[in-house]
Ligand binder design. Structure first.
Ligand code: SF4
Length: 408
């Protein structure tokens, strides 16, 4: 089995005298990272802004240097030196766990990948507070698992650990700050979809278009429509006849694979927003409604089924931070990624139906089953590929019964 090597970046707070590198740094974050490295890796090194790569037992003097304030040119020189050191230290085929801030990773991570090492960054994207929280949870979970001697409980514990880890990741996104959501590859299209204040109908109409084509293609339709029409103001959309919608949807190039059906759905959706919500689609989710109300309101749109309706409510809650009274009725949208990941994690049978995945999520986290949606989708999309999953990079690898190299 490949060696696991943890690379932990140095921190500002240090003790006042020369010490072995593992004891030189005294911040809470460093101690948490050190503990993580000690329990998850066979070999550990410290990435020091002053000295480059340090062995934990290497005695060094304290210093002030940090990559966080270093000019780019100096950071590049530092990275070059570290890369040379690492080439001499890393065993062939090692799995590298990078426990380092962005500045320490920016050049090292691509270098490692290019050099053929598998790399995982378990705390990627987390602010310091969240990193501490995660480290604490991981350490507690480990303590709990090692404290139970009864091997017969292992399966149950693994499922608990898997569920907690998914919930933890789902919660981080759910409780995180409001951020711009990149739905498509086109910035202007995404700006329109993110503009829930002035164009809430763009979000709703994108959901209505999300059928039988790739999501990225469907979600760009409001923007393409606006380009052709010169505006996406609701008052203008409400004036369009079905024939005009069909023309815009079809010419000069078709916006959807099923232009006839989608033109009708689009036209009907505009009509529903006009009649029921007085032209303001934000009324679908305003006033802290229950999740069931929001899902039901999306289901009222022609062509929208439960999968899209729950996805629409989930994105509003998770990414746009729209407050709901409860989250019971937001299910997972069990697409291929979610189904594959649930299956490989042993939460469902790989052959199980979409309904089985939905009900399993309800059973595991009834207060908000849809919380599993994003982490499972993200794992499926980034690492848990159909062929050759990248288990070395996946944050579930510690608990996953199907990870590559696992006997279970
Ligand atoms: S560890 Fe591997 S098999 Fe398990 S979820 Fe991650 S990528 Fe998939």
């Amino acid at each position: 089995m490949a060696s696991r090597v943890a690379l932990v970046s140095c921190v500002k707070q240090k003790c006042g005298a020369a010490a072995p590198a593992r004891d030189l740094y005294v911040s809470q974050l460093f101690r948490g990272l050190r503990r993580y490295a000690e329990t998850h890796a066979d070999i550990r090194y410290i990435l020091s802004a002053e000295y480059g790569v340090l062995r934990p037992d290497q005695v060094v003097d304290p210093y002030e240097r940090t990559l966080n304030t270093m000019p780019k040119r100096d950071r590049l020189a530092w990275a070059e030196k570290v890369e040379q050191q690492l080439l001499g230290l890393l065993p062939a085929g090692a799995e590298v766990i990078l426990l380092a801030g962005q500045r320490y990773r920016e050049d090292i991570e691509p270098f490692l990948r290019k050099s053929g090492y598998s790399v995982s960054v378990p705390l990627q994207g987390l602010q310091i507070g969240k990193q501490l929280q995660r480290l604490k949870q991981v350490s507690k979970r480990r303590e709990r698992r090692t404290a139970v001697p009864n091997a017969g409980l292992e399966g149950t514990l693994d499922r608990q650990a898997i569920t907690s880890l998914l919930i933890e990741h789902g919660q981080l996104v759910f409780s995180g700050p409001l951020e711009f959501v990149p739905f498509t590859q086109i910035r202007k299209a995404d700006e329109l979809l993110n503009d829930l204040q002035a164009h809430p109908h763009a979000y709703v109409l994108a959901c209505v278009m999300d059928r039988q084509i790739k999501a990225e293609k469907a979600w760009v339709i409001p923007f393409r429509f606006a380009q052709k029409l010169g505006t996406f103001a609701f008052s203008r959309l409400a004036e369009l006849t079905l024939d005009e919608v069909r023309d815009l949807m079809t010419k000069p190039e078709p916006l959807h694979r099923f232009t006839e059906g989608m033109s009708k759905n689009f036209h009907a959706a505009v009509g529903l927003i006009k009649e029921k919500y007085n032209g303001n689609a934000a009324k679908i989710w305003e006033g802290k409604p229950s999740s069931a109300d929001v899902v039901y309101r999306f289901l009222e749109f022609q062509g929208v089924g439960p999968k899209i309706a729950t996805m629409a409510a989930n994105i509003l809650a998770r990414h746009f931070k729209v407050p709901f009274k409860d989250y019971y009725s937001i299910d997972v949208s069990a697409d291929v990624h979610v189904r594959r990941v649930f299956g490989r994690l042993g939460l469902t049978d790989p052959e199980d139906s979409i309904e089985a995945v939905i009900y399993r999520a309800r059973a595991l986290h009834p207060e908000f089953p849809g919380l599993f949606d994003y982490p499972a989708w993200e794992i499926g999309r980034n690492w848990c590929r159909l062929q050759s999953p990248l288990c070395g990079d996946c944050y579930m690898k510690e608990v996953c019964p199907s990870r590559a190299g696992s006997s279970g």
